[in-house]
Design a protein around this ligand. Structure first.
Ligand SMILES: [Mg+2]
Length: 453
């Protein structure tokens, strides 16, 4: 990743006698700097054509690796502070107790400074390896604060190196650099997050198409999102009910209990073929339910099964302070008890009219259709004083398309192709809590709030 002008490996110093090795190393470093240093300024000069020479725009990358323990970062930072160097960047990762720590400092004067010797001795005392690279100063802007940053989240039952290789290859071939890889989860589902950056030539649309192609040939869900503070700062989650929050379609279940399933299914089929608008199809299907006893709702509620991971998902969102809502083209007589059971903040759905303990087959009030779902999402965002950018919508059907579009993050959940293609991202594993990984929430984070498993 970095263009190395001159390298000096302190690792060797750790395995040989102290004074001598450090002195030799320092001599090597000094020699490298000397070759590119003008006597008058004492700073690295832009000697073009001299491969391996430091230039005026160079920086010193200090890499420390080894077993992690408290105090390493502090002790190294203290030496840098004492040397008075300019700190350009710092990054640290700990993987299974193994530390990788980078400091990028302004190079000016660094070669002559006792800084390097001090660092070598401190690294030796700490039992870690230290490595120095001269890098062009501009490389840090790519890895740190490039204007085009994205997050790729992989979710699958199993995530092996092959999928990671495919994703990494697609990322590289579309002009992006992987800045960071983190495993979010390894359990019922596995998830790995890759943070990317790219310059103007990097093409996120083309990358998304390439990732969709990988999804098509491997059992993995891949989400590409623009990376910003807003990605993690979602505040309101709005879910469709039928086939999203729950596994059934409520109108089918009521029809089954009332003995009119075939008739209702026939109307549904005509509507799905585009032969009639949603509102008309809903009215015709409701009419078929006329005469059913009010107790049908309780019967149906007993048959309802939540989608796997739904309870964990909602419990976690609640612990993290999210507001939650269900918005359904089904019926409030079922949605409201589910809202109460799960402790959701809002439930909106159509209301079947009940007179003298029987369904009349009519609806009361405005129909919750595709447009109204989106409007309700917006009303809830206003009521909660959150921007639409901070709203997540999750749904599987065509009547969820507008609300998925309106929300900052629209997720097609085990959805039909038309919905998958229109949504920001799709989850095809029937595990609702997989949505947490798209927010960069790790299983470790969940354990910390008592919400794992
Ligand atoms: Mg649905």
């Amino acid at each position: 990743m970095f263009l190395t002008a001159r390298r000096a490996h302190a690792a060797h110093a750790d395995h040989t006698a102290g004074h001598g090795a450090a002195a030799v190393l320092q001599a090597n470093v000094a020699e490298g700097a000397a070759a590119a240093t003008t006597p008058t300024t004492g700073r690295p000069a832009a000697t073009s054509g001299s491969k391996g020479a430091a230039t005026e725009a160079d920086a010193l990358l200090i890499t420390i690796t080894g077993g992690d323990k408290p105090g390493i970062t502090a002790q190294v930072a203290q030496i840098l502070a004492a040397a008075g160097v300019e700190l350009l960047d710092v990054e640290q990762v700990v993987v299974h107790g193994h530390l990788i720590l980078h400091f990028l400092v302004g190079l000016e004067g660094a070669w002559e400074h006792p800084l390097l010797k001090d660092l070598l001795w401190r690294a030796r005392a700490l039992g870690v390896e230290i490595d120095f690279d001269v890098v062009p100063r501009q490389t840090r802007s790519l890895s740190a604060t490039g204007p085009r940053r994205f997050a790729v989240t992989l979710v699958a039952r199993e995530l092996g190196p092959a999928v990671l290789a495919s994703a990494a290859e697609a990322i590289a071939s579309h002009g992006f650099n992987i800045d960071r890889i983190e495993r979010l989860a390894q359990g019922r589902l596995c998830s790995i997050e890759l943070l990317l950056s790219g310059d103007e030539s990097a093409d996120p649309r083309a990358l998304k198409a390439a990732l969709v192609e990988i999804e098509g040939r491997t059992p993995v869900d891949i989400a590409l999102q623009r990376e910003s503070l807003l990605r993690r700062s979602k505040r309101l989650v709005v879910m469709d009910m039928d086939s999203t929050l729950i596994q059934q379609e409520v109108i089918d279940e009521i029809a089954r209990v009332h003995g009119v399933f075939a008739e209702v299914a026939a109307v549904t089929e005509r509507a799905m073929q585009g032969e009639m608008p949603f509102g008309e199809a809903l009215r015709q299907r409701c009419a078929l339910l006329a005469g059913a006893p009010e107790s049908v709702f309780a019967t149906v509620l007993e048959r309802i099964e939540l989608t796997p991971g739904a309870e964990h998902f909602i419990r976690t969102l609640q612990r993290l302070g999210y507001k939650t809502a269900v918005v359904s083209g089904g019926f409030i007589q079922v949605a409201e008890p589910i809202r109460q059971q799960l402790g959701l903040d809002y439930a909106f759905a159509n209301q079947l009219e009940v007179i003298d303990g029987k369904l009349t087959g009519r609806l009361i009030g405005p129909i919750v259709d595709r447009a109204r779902k989106a409007d309700l999402l917006e009303s809830m965002a206003q009521a909660e004083r959150v921007s639409l950018e901070s709203v997540i919508a999750i749904g599987d059907g065509a009547n969820d398309l507008d609300m998925l579009d309106r929300a900052g993050l629209g997720i097609a959940f085990c959805a039909k192709r038309v919905v998958r293609e229109a949504a920001d991202t799709a989850i095809n594993h029937r595990q609702l809590d997989a949505v947490l990984y798209l927010l960069g929430i790790r299983d470790d984070d969940l354990r910390a709030v008592g919400g794992a498993g």
